[in-house]
Design a binder for this molecule. Structure first.
Ligand SMILES: [Fe+2]
Length: 448
C-alpha cells in the first residue's frame, strides 16, 4: 500500500512539473497596458506580435511566475490590427476584482513571456497616486529627456499615467517613431519586479496625421462611432474620482461639447473631477497662440459642474494656476481667481520635448518654469482628520546645460516600494513654489 502511494506521488510530481515547463520567451514586445473602460474591473493589454502564433494571456491574482498552466484565467486576443509595421494584439480583460494585483504571462507557439503584473483601480475611496504629463520627441536631445521621465515612472509606482498628447516628433505616421516610443515605454517604465503601469492616452496635435491613431495604438475609446472622436471618461473609487479625456484637436464645440456637458452632469457628485486635453486655453509661453474658441466651449462648463483640476500640455514647460473662474468680461484672458470654487489648471507638457521659455505669466498664475517635468498627484479621500484633498508636485526629470546636453535628475532617485508609494523618494528634484513649498494642495487650503 505504501509503495503504491509512493509511486503515485512520484507520478503526480512528474506530471505537475511537466505542466510547469518554462518555454523560451515569446517573440513579442512593446507591451502596454491601457485603461479605456472601467479601471476597477477591466484593462487592455496590447503588444506587438513579432513572430509566433496563437498568443494567449494567462492571468490571475496569484503570482505563478512563468508557469502559465497554473494561472486560473486566460484570454485570447480580442482585437488584432496590422498597422504601422506592427502586428498589434489587444487582450481586453474584464471581470477583474477591484484594488487587486494581477499577474500575467503571454504564451504563444514559440514560448512564454516574462511574468508581468499590474494593479486594478479601487472601487472604494482609498489613497492613490498618479502621474500626469505629455509631449515627447523621437530625436535627441529630447528623446533622452523623455527617457528620464519614463524611468521616473518606474521609481514612483503610480496607479496610472495620463499621457497628454504628442507622442512622436512627426504627425504620427512614422512607424519607426511609434516603435521607438512604445519600446521605450515598455522597457523604461516597468519596474524590476515586472510591474506595468496603465496609460490613459490623450490626443495631441502631433497625432494629426491619423486622427484615430490612439485607437489603433492604445485601443483608446471614441464617441459617436467615429474613431476620430478620441474622447472618453473613466471613474473609480465609487463616486470618488472621475477623469475626463477631451480632444483639443477636433471641434471642441458641437458633439464634443454636448458629450462633455452630459458627462459632467452625470458625474457632478464625484469627490474629484479632473479633465485632460492637449492644448491649453492660454499658454504660458509667448510662442503659442491663445485658444479662445476652446475656452468658450469648455471653461464655463468646467466651472458650472465643479471641475477640480485641468491638465494640459503642448507648450513644453510647467505651469500651475490658482483656482480659476471664467469671466470673459472682467477677467484677465477670461479668468479671475476663485480659491473656493475655481478649477486649478496645471500643465503644460515637457515630458521629454525641449522646453520653451516661460514668458507669459498671468495675474492668476501660481508658478511657471522651464524644464522637463511631469505632475505627480497624491489623492486622499476624506478622513476624521482631513478633508479629501490632492497634493500636487512638479517633478523635474531633467534640464539642459548651455551646450543643450541633458542633465538627468533621475539616476540618483531612490525607488519607492509597494509598501509605501506616498513617500518622497530621496534625491528627487521637485519644483518649489514659494511660499507654498514643494506641494500645492487642492482644495487650495495651503494659501497664504
Ligand atoms: Fe502639441
Amino acid at each position: 500500500m505504501k509503495l503504491k502511494l509512493f509511486i503515485g506521488l512520484v507520478v503526480f510530481s512528474y506530471l505537475y512539473t511537466a505542466c510547469d515547463k518554462v518555454y523560451e520567451p515569446v517573440s513579442i514586445d512593446k507591451i502596454r497596458l491601457v485603461w479605456n473602460h472601467d479601471p476597477a474591473t477591466a484593462i487592455s493589454i496590447g503588444w506587438d506580435q513579432l513572430t509566433g502564433e496563437n498568443p494567449v494571456v494567462y492571468y490571475g491574482t496569484k503570482d505563478q511566475g512563468r508557469k502559465w498552466k497554473r494561472y486560473k484565467l486566460s484570454q485570447e486576443p480580442t482585437r488584432e490590427i496590422s498597422h504601422h509595421n506592427m502586428n498589434t494584439k489587444f487582450c481586453e480583460l474584464s471581470g477583474l476584482l477591484p484594488d487587486k494585483a494581477y499577474y500575467f504571462v503571454i504564451k504563444d507557439s514559440e514560448g512564454v513571456s516574462e511574468r508581468f503584473w499590474f494593479k486594478t483601480a479601487p472601487d472604494k475611496p482609498v489613497p492613490f497616486t498618479c502621474i500626469l504629463g505629455g509631449d515627447t520627441k523621437s530625436v535627441e536631445p529630447s528623446l533622452s529627456a523623455g527617457r528620464s521621465s519614463n524611468k521616473m515612472v518606474a521609481k514612483l509606482r503610480p496607479l496610472f499615467v495620463v499621457f497628454c498628447g504628442d507622442f512622436t516628433s512627426d504627425d504620427a505616421t512614422d512607424p519607426d517613431h511609434w516603435a521607438l516610443w512604445l519600446t521605450d515605454w515598455f522597457e523604461l517604465t516597468r519596474t524590476s519586479d515586472g510591474r506595468l503601469f496603465p496609460i490613459v492616452p490623450v490626443q495631441g496635435n502631433h497625432e494629426s496625421g491619423e486622427p484615430g491613431i490612439l485607437n489603433s495604438i492604445f485601443n483608446a475609446h471614441y464617441q459617436y462611432e467615429n474613431p476620430e472622436n478620441i474622447y472618453y471618461s473613466l471613474s473609480f473609487g465609487g463616486n470618488f474620482f472621475h477623469m475626463i479625456i477631451l480632444n483639443s484637436e477636433i471641434d471642441e464645440g458641437g458633439d464634443q461639447r454636448q458629450w462633455l456637458e452630459e458627462d459632467l452632469k452625470k458625474h457632478k457628485d464625484f469627490t474629484f473631477k479632473l479633465a485632460s486635453y492637449h492644448k491649453p486655453f492660454h499658454p504660458h509661453t509667448m510662442g503659442k497662440r491663445e485658444n479662445i474658441y476652446q475656452y468658450h466651449q469648455w471653461a464655463y462648463l468646467f466651472y458650472e459642474y465643479g471641475l477640480d483640476i485641468s491638465l494640459d500640455a503642448d507648450s513644453h514647460m510647467s505651469k500651475i494656476t490658482y483656482p480659476l473662474k471664467p469671466d470673459s468680461i472682467n477677467g484677465y484672458e477670461g479668468f479671475i481667481r476663485d480659491d473656493i470654487n475655481g478649477t486649478m489648471y496645471i500643465g503644460e507638457g515637457s515630458w521629454g520635448a525641449g522646453y520653451r521659455v516661460a514668458d507669459d505669466n498671468k495675474p492668476w498664475t501660481l508658478r511657471s518654469g522651464s524644464f522637463n517635468q511631469f505632475k505627480w498627484l497624491q489623492v486622499f479621500p476624506e478622513t476624521d482628520k482631513d478633508p479629501a484633498h490632492i497634493d500636487i508636485r512638479t517633478v523635474i526629470t531633467s534640464v539642459r546645460n548651455s551646450l543643450r546636453n541633458n542633465i538627468p535628475y533621475v539616476e540618483g532617485v531612490s525607488n519607492l516600494s509597494e509598501d509605501d508609494v506616498f513617500v518622497i523618494p530621496q534625491g528627487i528634484k521637485l519644483f518649489s513654489t514659494e511660499p507654498y513649498g514643494d506641494i500645492i494642495t487642492y482644495p487650495f487650503t495651503n494659501r497664504k
